[in-house]
Design a protein. Structure first.
Ligand code: NAP
Length: 530
């Protein structure tokens, strides 16, 4: 008999809830977490300025009506320390600590077909067997540092934002180089600029950013909001993004230009990416409509940044707005008006090498005391590929995914029985309110395991035909939008050599949930139960 019913890999939002939900269903569960604390992405990404770009009222668990009433968020967009406090509160409140083993990285998981169980090995040399494996490793956990020639010769310290020293970093008086201008770079840059003698921002691709308009949560608004939290959560579950937003419901191309500008400006002033991009129905599917919104955003950069040449360099033109994750910031563009900040275009003059005293580009040399990489992640599949996962016949997951990650419903991979992936490739995951999508997956997995038990089955495995059909659908939906036009981490373009496959499911959180529920109601259609 297996040591455990379920091993959960990771203790971020997904792993924490998986432990709670599966234990509440009467299963024996153990979670392994590589970090010295829980929180996953919110544990590791403790760089200054780290803040969620989904509002706190949405980016929080909905499974417990008591929890959502008890907890009070201090800000509209929660900063990383507050999200981490929240998760620690949840683990304590629901008595989860005894079932979470910290400082323990899962290094291998192998399926034993004879015994119908997984053997999970950890970096302390121990192994456990479990009937089920729930991979709650996060979509953005496998960070990447570019292989720059000479990096090992750099005399100063260098940091990746996703492995920021927990004690913090004092940049006072230093010349700092920042590589990476995605969501993370845009958040960390103003914080570094506030301390450093000089900040050089090395930009390869300019990015769009909308204001947060972050503010303290008003207690009377909170009371009013919480009075109807349940029905709000229901709306969120049925919505497209996992956050109820009010768009105009009309295409931009059918709207008089002056009305579009007025409407976009209202949303710009209110702050937040989802309501802004969701203003019109055609922005993410029609290039002409997209161009209108993109130009509106470029105009905001031009009116914020006083040096016209710098402003033009900051204006994104390489991809449709929204096709890469839209960044959010209240102070990034204005930062370039500071005398101690320089924007360096490494698209036209790429970084050629690092030397002891700094960084060389094709046309210049920059003397630096410290280097910061905000260069992103091997997203969605990276963390799973780094575990030695072997399924039926000992086939490695890396081999199955050699041409790109794939799964049925974004939760189960053919050839890997009794292994579930929370927010895996082919699910709304990063294109949704992650917390809500995590809850949906965990509850579906819990119910599936319970169904197997009550119907006398011991294994569940996705059929290859169901996986093929689902991934074809994921691709078809993606290619009906503008998303594939960007070289984004959504398609793996940020990782040299990674196959270009669009893996997030863009069909909408509500319809996706309905499909998953239909599959379950039909006795787990598309799966082999044994
Ligand atoms: P990212 O979006 O992948 O951005 C990485 C940045 O590094 C890009 O500017 C990229 O340039 C640059 N880069 C990568 N390799 C490079 C190289 N070899 N040379 C020069 N530049 C290089 O990563 P991220 O900013 O960490 O964000 C990842 C995701 O995490 C976000 O999209 C978002 O979903 C999430 N996130 C959310 C928040 C939030 O909630 N507010 C905050 C941070 C992150 P190119 O564009 O040219 O590739």
């Amino acid at each position: 008999m297996a040591d455990l019913d379920v091993v959960v890999v990771g203790a971020g939002f997904a792993g924490i809830y998986a432990v709670h939900a599966l234990r509440s269903a009467g299963l024996t569960v153990r979670a392994f977490e590589a970090g010295s604390g829980i929180g996953g992405t919110w544990f590791w990404n403790c760089y200054p300025g780290a803040r969620c770009d989904v509002e706190s009222k949405d980016y929080s668990y909905s499974f417990s009506p008591e929890l959502e009433q008890e907890w009070s968020w201090s800000e509209r967009y929660p900063a990383q320390p507050e999200v981490l406090r929240y998760l620690n509160h949840v683990a304590g409140r629901f008595g989860l600590w005894p079932y979470i083993q910290l400082n323990t990285r899962v290094t291998a998981a192998e399926w034993d077909g004879e015994r119908s169980e997984w053997t999970v090995t950890t970096d302390d040399g121990a192994s456990r067997t479990a009937r089920f494996c729930v991979m709650a490793v996060g979509c953005l956990s496998a960070y990447q540092v570019p292989s720059l020639p000479g990096l090992e010769t750099f005399a100063g310290p260098w940091y990746h934002t996703s492995r920021w020293p927990r004690e913090g970093v004092d940049f006072t008086g230093q010349r700092v180089g920042l590589i990476g201008t995605g969501s993370t770079g845009i958040q960390v840059a103003p914080e570094i600029a506030a301390a450093a003698a000089h900040l050089y921002v090395f930009q390869r691709t300019a990015n769009f950013a909308v204001p947060n308009r972050n503010r303290a949560v008003d207690p009377s608004w909170e009371r009013e909001f919480k009075a109807d939290y349940r029905s709000y959560r229901k709306q969120a579950q049925e919505s497209f993004l996992g956050v109820p937003i009010t768009g105009t419901g009309r295409p931009a191309l059918a709207e008089p230009p002056a009305d579009i500008q007025r409407n976009l400006m209202e949303r710009w002033r209110a702050g937040g990416g989802m309501p802004f991009l969701g203003a019109y129905t055609d922005v993410l599917v029609d290039r002409a409509a997209n161009d209108i919104v993109a130009e509106f955003m470029r105009d905001r950069i031009r009116e914020t940044v006083s040096d016209a040449a710098v402003a033009e360099l900051l204006c994104p033109t390489a991809y449709p707005v929204g096709a890469k994750r839209l960044c959010q910031s209240d102070d990034y563009f204005a930062m370039f008006n500071l005398p101690n900040v320089t924007l360096v275009d490494i698209r036209s003059a790429p970084v050629s090498s690092v030397y002891a005293g700094g960084l060389r580009t094709a046309d210049s040399v920059y003397e630096l005391d410290a280097l910061v990489f905000a260069t992103g992640f091997d997203a969605i599949s990276g963390a799973l590929n780094r575990i030695g996962i072997r399924g039926v016949g000992g086939v490695p997951l890396t081999e199955k995914w050699a041409a790109g990650p794939r799964s049925y419903l974004g939760m189960a991979a053919a050839g890997f029985p009794n292994m579930f992936i929370v927010t895996g490739p082919g699910s709304p995951s990063v294109f949704s309110n992650m917390v809500l999508s995590i809850e949906q997956h965990v509850e579906w997995i819990r119910d599936c395991v319970a169904y197997l038990g009550s119907h006398g089955y011991s294994t569940v495995e996705a059929k290859p035909s169901a996986e093929d059909a689902w991934m074809a659908h994921v691709t078809e939906v993606a290619y009906s939008t503008l998303f594939p036009l960007a070289d984004s981490w959504y398609v793996g373009a940020n990782i040299p050599g990674k196959p270009r496959v669009f893996t997030p499911y863009l069909g909408g959180v509500g319809p996706y949930r309905a499909r998953c529920d239909e599959v379950a109601a039909a006795g787990y259609e598309g799966f082999v139960l044994d």
